[in-house]
Write a protein that binds this ligand. Structure first.
Ligand code: CP
Length: 317
């Protein structure tokens, strides 16, 4: 595996999940693959889970791991070509990326959407420059439009907890005080569309995701109707995607918060969220603390999704 930016990079998804579950049972059994190999993780944005789980995954594989927080202690980086660099940015990505590549064997990159320009965000300018210029296998640790390590962990979790062969999985929008990118719901949809699940997306009107991620998923604007009979409820906020409202908050309707009353409409569904989560905006205290909440095992599976991707990258070096 040379890149990991979306579900397609995993090839056969059932096989990838089986491999992940094998790794979970024997996470220190592949140390020989990473001996004397170095993982560099580059963060343009904050992280708790991705940073720790990916570093742990690399260590499980015997790798040395290095972390660069671009906005804390590194030179400020220019990302646009052709700019006269007379401002506060001291270094260009076009030099910085190959330099970073010269110190490591595999690179992970986190670079969120800025919401300044939809085309720039959806062209994945920063991640693609790493793929083009680093000379190393590159994986996304959440890019502008996708978070495939999270969605892979989510699918592993669903496989572990499902009680029927084809569970009903509902992705529901929920309110949030800040405008958030579409990366998590995009990737969750990307994976659920490839998995053997009955997949429904629900959100207020105006929050439609990009068609390349929604594909043939059922979109239901009535959240109560969508939740009926659900086996898994995946809550997430995202800002508007469609023009002219890209990156804007269109609703703060608290009736979309996932509460015990909402969960009562489901088939005793499990509750999922990628974290970090704003309690009593996205989900009520009682739901996230309930035995049906999978937020902790879901976060724990981030180590497994990262290790599966890193293992495949090490095997391809
Ligand atoms: N879910 C997730 O990616 O968490 P962090 O932003 O803390 O890494």
């Amino acid at each position: 595996m040379k890149t990991y930016t979306n579900v397609k990079d995993l090839g056969n998804l059932n096989k990838a999940v089986r491999e992940a579950l094998e790794i979970k049972k024997n996470r220190f059994g592949y140390k020989h693959l990473g001996t004397d190999k170095t993982l560099l993780m580059v963060f343009f944005n904050s992280s708790l889970r991705t940073r720790l789980s990916t570093q742990k995954a690399g260590m499980n594989l015997g790798m040395n791991t290095m972390v660069l927080d671009v906005n804390q202690g590194a030179w400020k980086l220019e990302t646009e070509r052709g700019i006269i660099m007379d401002g506060d940015k001291s270094e260009h990505l076009l030099e910085a990326i190959p330099v970073m590549g010269s110190y490591c064997d595999i690179i992970g990159v986190r670079a969120f959407a800025t919401f300044e320009n939809k085309n720039d965000d959806y062209q994945e300018n920063i991640l693609n420059q790493f793929i083009k210029y680093s000379g190393r296998p590159v994986f996304s640790m959440e890019a502008a439009t996708a978070h495939p390590l999270q969605a892979f962990a989510d699918l592993i979790t669903i496989e572990e907890y499902k009680k029927t062969a084809r569970p009903k999985v509902v992705l529901t929008w929920a309110p949030h005080p800040k405008a958030l990118p579409q990366a998590v719901p995009n990737s969750f949809a990307d994976f659920m569309n490839e998995a053997d699940v009955d997949f429904v997306i629900t959100h207020p009107k105006g929050y439609d995701l990009a068609s390349q991620f929604v594909r043939n998923a059922k979109v239901e604007y009535d959240q109560n109707k969508a939740l009926e009979g659900a086996d898994f409820v995946y809550a997430k906020n995202w800002a508007a995607y469609t023009d002219p409202n890209y990156g804007k908050i269109l609703s703060s309707d608290r009736s979309w918060t996932v509460t015990a009353e909402k969960m009562a409409l489901t088939n005793n569904a499990y509750f999922m969220h990628c974290l970090p989560v704003r309690r009593n905006m996205i989900v009520s205290d009682d739901v996230i603390e309930s035995p049906q909440s999978l937020v902790i095992p879901e976060a724990a599976n981030r180590e497994i999704s990262a290790q599966t991707v890193l293992k495949r990258m090490l095997e391809s070096l």
